[in-house]
Write a protein that binds this ligand. Sequence first.
Ligand code: ADP
Ligand code: MG
Length: 730
Amino acid sequence: MQSLRFKAIDNLLSREEVSVKTSAKITGIFGENVFTLKTARQFLSDEAYKSLLGSIKNAKKIDRSMGNQIANGLRAWAESKGVTHYTHWFQPLTDLSAEKHDSFFTLKGDGTPIEEFEGAALIQQEPDASSFPSGGLRATFEARGYTAWDPSSSPFIMEISNGKTLCIPTIFVSYTGESLDAKTPLIKALVALDKAAVDVAQYFDKNVAKVTATLGWEQEYFVIDAGMANARPDITMTGRTVFGHAPAKGQQLEDHYFGAIPERIYAYMRDFESESYKLGIPLRTRHNEVAPSQFECAPIFEEANLAVDHNTLLMDIMTRVAKRHGLIVLLHEKPFAGINGSGKHNNWSIATDTGVNLLAPGKTPKTNLMFLTFFVNTIKAVHEYSSLLRASIASAGNDHRLGANEAPPAIISIFIGKYLTEVLNQVETRVGGKFDEQDEAMLKLDIHKTIPELMLDNTDRNRTSPFAFTGNKFEFRAVGSAANCANAMTVLNSIVADTLKQFKKDVDAHIEKGDKKEIAIMQVIQKYIIESKSVLFEGDGYSEEWANEAERRGLPNVKTTPLALDAYISEKSKHLFESNDIYSHSELEARHEIMLEAYIKKVQIEARVIGELATSVILPSAIKYQNILIENIKGLKEAGLGEEAYSNQLSIVNDISKHINAMGTGVRNMIEERKKANVITDNREKAIAYCDNVKGKHFDDIRYHVDKLELVVDDSHWMLPKYREMLFLR
Ligand code: ADP
Ligand code: MG
């Protein structure tokens, strides 16, 4: 029987091209499946529209009495587009989205069939939530959870083959109000940021009434043929290859990055982009990445909560659309060893309702001071809470990537470029370290003149920094490709909110002592620069010197997830989150448990796949080939030939035995470690055991022998598609 591997390769040749229908103009379809305010205006009464608008603006719950009217309008719109079902769409703590479909169809008391959608069903639901991660919260408080409409993200219609479903973006909380999803804390963090940033922005402009965080993510991903992926149980089960020898040609020629997008992938991209446009996801760029079969897409930035929804939605769309093309999209941070992994850069800034980007250098001394204020507060926040920021991006997948000389290290530092470094140096080293009236000239620093150069001069872009200032925004680069950006965004916005709150207190204290406002601000900025400059680093983040230097500076360098997650439950973090009304202590502890559990399960699944593949797929192929060689040697001997005739075969037979034995020993020992880990009841200890003893001691070792076998065993006996096939054949 032909193996799946060769079937997949054969099928590539006879594959029919998938035709993609796309609109000539993006504007022709953009947002057509979204219940935008413009659409709402058409389908809602004045009263209902006003109520909706009010909830969106003030992040308020929809008024019950208006619920029915809005629900009716929503249903009328959805039905006009052929929708029969609706669902509350939410983001449980799994990095994926969840939904449960109900139809508009129902029976009246007398059995008359009708279609209806009540306000109550729009506003709140109780999905059977018992199987979503809760970290013990639901058990402790109440067995059920409920979803509640988040009006700040518009309802949309999801098309799956020919079925259409109205999706209502919701938050997911326990009955006693603890958050069980990614969005609830994010929204709270954004509220905290809004308040703290408005207070500070008003030093400069009394007209500022609202500040929002903006997010533009860059999604990296791999795409491979689905037939090949199906022949790799490791990809199916874990999203990554646990074995596979590096191909003769990898990414060393760097020909993929600059090359044309392969045709089959191009069709796939156009297809998922078109679906995304209909859902109002403003995708803007697409290109090849450095590794073969790796690509990236990025949208125009949006308000952070919406941007997070759009990224979650996009990951779902990409996964579904890939199937139509006989492809599989791999969002894992490290699907292939020895080849670049995937990240999701989070470009982040803060903007006022007066249309000002607070992280864009200004054109006047006053706006420059405003820029400097928010810029330095961000630096201070990252310095103060770097461990928490590190924790926000920790996952089993991202552990393979961080610090692997292609992605930022696990040390959180900030790159700001040489001009801003110079500006901060000047502020820091004012005579006597104090600002007085004469220093007002300092306020006139023409920062804006130097920034455009920074943006033009690409050589000043440091690719190795996990957190870089790129002209008018910060780019948090250490986020993993499979992650929900909500985690990173919740932490970043919380720490900046908290720092701004403190900043306001510090400045006000100076003002009370009689300092002029500008001088007060400058003094606090100076103090913050001095306190946090150790987090600034302009050099090569991949280098060993940096790891040493960072240690001298006292910057944390936590390399693995189980330990990185500790930062979530430190006293400092608990205080931060509780005082800003983002997480209660029990919510934090629950999250910590959930993240540890996710880590344990992921490594556990990988360990099982490694054991099973080594024993039932790799070993049989190796033995079959070894037997062929032995037959051959026997034959040569019988023919009366001396050892020189079969010495090569004999040495391969020997090698195969060595690797089989080492592989088998490795698997047995790994299973022993797993057994020991499984009886540990404390999740943190268990996660550490999985990390250090199951994975750390054995994964690479077993893989080493399997990959050596791959090189010697007859190619036609090898069952798993090889790297060269997955990465280069399409
Ligand atoms: P790069 O050189 O890193 O590709 P781009 O300027 O193309 O930089 O932007 C990358 C991402 O940053 C895009 O998603 C873009 O929308 C986003 N971005 C630009 N300005 C902002 C901003 N003010 N806030 C948040 N994201 C932004
Ligand atoms: Mg970028």
